[in-house]
Design a protein around this ligand. Sequence first.
Ligand code: HEC
Length: 84
Amino acid sequence: MTAALLIFLRLYAATAGAHVDFKTQIRPILEQRCQPCHFAGGKMYERLPFDRRKTITRLGTKLFTRIRDEKQRELIRQFLASAK
Ligand code: HEC
C-alpha cells in the first residue's frame, strides 16, 4: 500500500505536478546565456532583470525568441505552468 502510494507520487511529480525551481533550474540557464545585459550592471537590467522570477513569468514564452534549445524551453514551460 505504502509502496504503491510512493510510486504514484513519484510518477505524479515527474509529470503534471513537476515543480521547477526558479533559482536552481531557470536562473542558471539565463545566467549562462543572457549575461551581461539582463543582469546587474548590464544595459537591460533596469527594464528586464533576469534574476527576478517576476520578469520571467511576465515575459513568458516571449523568451523563446532568444531561447531555442528545446530542453531549456520545456523547463521554462514547466516553470511558467507551475508559477501561476
Ligand atoms: C548583448 C546584450 C543582450 C543579451 C546577451 C541578451 N539581451 Fe535580451 N535584450 C537586449 C536589449 C538591448 C533589449 C531591448 C531591445 C530589444 O528588444 O532588442 C532586449 C530585450 C529582450 C526582450 C524583450 C523584447 C522582446 O524581444 O520581446 C526579451 C524577451 C529578451 N531580451 C530576452 C533575452 C534572453 C532570453 C536572452 C538570453 C538567451 C537575452 N535577451 C540576452 C540585450 C541583450
